[in-house]
Structures are given as structure tokens and as C-alpha cells.
Design a protein around this ligand. Structure first.
Ligand SMILES: Cc1cc2nc3c(=O)[nH]c(=O)nc-3n(C[C@H](O)[C@H](O)[C@H](O)COP(=O)(O)OP(=O)(O)OC[C@H]3O[C@@H](n4cnc5c(N)ncnc54)[C@H](O)[C@@H]3O)c2cc1C
Ligand code: FES
Length: 280
């Protein structure tokens, strides 16, 4: 098996922090040191620099990466759940943050001309801005990229107005119909397919039950599908085994489980052992 990936340690300071939607928070962290370009859907382990939050860092996808005033700025979009996310959301400008990363594999590179549909559920959206920015920087046409973004309500469609700025197609859905179509993000993909859209690959990130449903649908339609899993993690660096994901052994050198932090978080849907326990 591969050796644990220790990831690089960084110290940063909050440049900005703002509430997003009903329960979200965007944190922009300035870091001096020069971080290489991060691949879309790679992640960082984050915790507070003052030790006031939980000892165990929590994993977050990189939302945006830019250089500003000679420092790297890494942005994260958090849904406030429990102690880890709450303690990070309480940070203000100048407060310290400890980070380890970038970690994990990321989505596959998008070839020119490939038509990609990105399916986001709730805070799963956090992984996609970097997909669009990277793909467009590497030569993809924005018109070949579609975002299907679904959430329970309008105020949980985090920063939904922003994504149109990339020139991509943005389709929205909410369970209660308060914004976009009534339904979920998989319904948006189904409508696209029904209208004859060509889809070469689907990238998805969101709640487990959504990912399973997207995977089953894509496998049935024979569409190549990659899922970014938000498995619970302990270390994020391949040491603790908290992030085991059942996989088809032939995809993983004969092992029936893979570590989401090392071999993921992105998996080809064909290689995952899907549960049939959720309705979506
Ligand atoms: C690779 C990766 C990338 C992620 N990216 C983001 C991101 O960009 N933005 C974001 O908001 N979250 C992201 N997550 C999920 C995030 O790490 C968890 O929400 C966070 O660890 C919860 O910590 P907490 O202490 O606030 O809550 P906890 O006290 O740990 O948990 C509170 C509640 O949230 C649930 N929960 C905890 N972890 C997860 C999880 N991984 N998935 C689903 N439910 C969970 C628990 O079951 C519990 O009900 C990502 C997870 C992974 C593995
Ligand atoms: S989170 Fe520790 S091994 Fe993956």
C-alpha cells in the first residue's frame, strides 16, 4: 500500500470571513509561502490557530485560490454543523488558522470539447468553482460546462449568483421550489438528458444519498461519473483509517476498501460499492 501522505503544514490568517446563506460561512485565509496550484476537489484539513476549537482538524474542499497582495489566498465555504465548523466560523480578520494540504486526488482533467455536467448538493458546491476556473484556464469552453445545483431551500443555494460569472450554464433546483425548479440536482440532470443534451462526464459532490442516486443513474445511462465523497475523516493523511470506503477490489489492487483521504476523495462511480439504502 502507498505510504501515508503527510501533506504540507501551513499557518495562515483570516483575511475575510462572511456569513453565506442560512447556515454557511466563507473564510478567506491569507498564507505566505507559495502554494502550488491546487487541483479541483483537493482538500485541506483546517483548525483554529489559537487552539480554541477541537484538536482534530476538519476537512474542507478548496473553494477558491488566488494571489493577492503577495500572499496566497485560500477560500473555504463551510456549512456550520458542529464544533469544528462553528469554531472556524467564529474567526475574524487577522485570526490564525492551521492548515494541512493540499490533500487527495481531485477530479480528472477536462479535455477540450468534453461536455461536463457538475452536480452539487448543498455545500457540495464548494468543490466546483475551482473545477470551472481550472477547466477554463486549461482551454475548456465555458459553454461546455453545466452546473446543476440543488438544495433544500433558496437560502441554502450558497452564492448561487456567482457561478454564472464563469459563463457556464447554471441550473438551480430546490426541494420546496423557492428558487429554480422544484426538485433536486439529479432531476436537473435528468431534464438535460431528456432534452437531448450531450454529456460526456458527470462530476458530483454532495450528500451521500445524492451521490449514490447520481452514480446509479449515470451507470444506467452509461455516462462516465466521478464522485467527490465527503466521508468523515480523522487525520486526512492516510494514518487513522477513519475514512474507509467500500470499493471493488479489482479497482484497488485487490483491497475491498480505499481511504477517501488518500485514494479519494474523488472516485470513479464504477469502482464504488453502492448502497441501495437511500431514496433521492
Ligand atoms: C474531502 C472533504 C471535503 C469537504 N469539504 C467541505 C466543504 O467544502 N464545506 C463544508 O462545509 N464541509 C465539507 N466537508 C464536510 C466537513 O468536513 C464536515 O462538515 C465537518 O468535518 C463537520 O465538523 P463539525 O465539527 O462542525 O461537525 P461534527 O460534530 O463532526 O458533526 C456534526 C454533524 O455533521 C455530520 N457530519 C460530520 N462530518 C460530516 C461529513 N463529512 N459529511 C456529512 N456529514 C458530516 C455529523 O454526522 C453530525 O451530524 C468535507 C468533507 C470531506 C471529507
Ligand atoms: S482520514 Fe485518516 S486515514 Fe483517511
Amino acid at each position: 500500500m502507498a505510504a501515508p501522505c503527510t501533506g504540507q503544514r501551513w499557518r495562515g490568517n483570516v483575511a475575510r470571513s462572511e456569513r453565506v446563506g442560512a447556515d454557511g460561512c466563507r473564510i478567506d485565509v491569507a498564507i505566505r509561502g507559495g502554494i502550488d496550484q491546487v487541483r479541483p476537489s483537493q482538500f485541506f484539513m483546517l483548525r483554529r490557530g489559537d487552539g480554541a476549537g477541537p484538536l482534530l482538524a476538519r476537512p474542507f474542499s478548496l473553494y477558491l485560490q488566488k494571489r493577492a497582495d503577495g500572499a496566497d489566498e485560500l477560500s473555504f465555504l463551510l456549512k456550520i454543523h458542529g464544533p469544528g465548523t462553528r469554531s472556524l466560523a467564529e474567526l475574524g480578520p487577522g485570526d490564525g488558522v492551521e492548515l494541512v494540504g493540499p490533500l487527495g486526488n481531485g477530479f480528472p482533467q477536462i479535455a477540450r470539447g468534453e461536455k461536463i455536467v457538475c452536480i452539487a448538493g448543498g455545500v457540495g458546491i464548494a468543490t466546483f468553482p475551482l473545477v470551472f476556473e481550472t477547466a477554463i484556464a486549461e482551454g475548456a469552453s465555458p459553454g461546455d460546462l453545466t452546473l446543476c445545483f440543488g438544495s433544500a431551500r433558496a437560502d441554502l443555494l450558497y452564492e448561487s449568483e456567482r457561478y454564472k460569472e464563469y459563463g457556464i450554464r447554471v441550473l438551480l433546483a430546490t426541494d420546496d421550489g423557492s428558487a429554480g425548479a422544484r426538485g433536486n440536482s439529479l432531476d436537473l440532470l435528468k431534464s438535460e438528458m431528456a432534452s437531448g443534451a450531450i454529456v460526456h462526464k458527470v462530476f458530483a459532490c454532495g450528500p451521500e444519498r445524492m451521490l449514490e442516486a447520481v452514480a446509479r443513474y449515470c451507470l444506467k445511462q452509461q455516462i462516465s461519473c466521478f464522485l467527490s465523497l465527503e466521508t468523515r475523516m480523522g487525520c486526512g493523511t492516510g494514518v487513522c483509517n477513519a475514512c474507509a470506503v467500500p470499493v471493488k477490489p479489482r479497482s484497488n489492487g485487490g483491497w475491498p476498501v480505499a481511504k477517501a483521504c488518500r485514494e479519494g476523495p474523488v472516485f470513479d462511480a464504477r469502482n464504488l460499492v453502492l448502497e441501495e439504502r437511500h431514496q433521492f
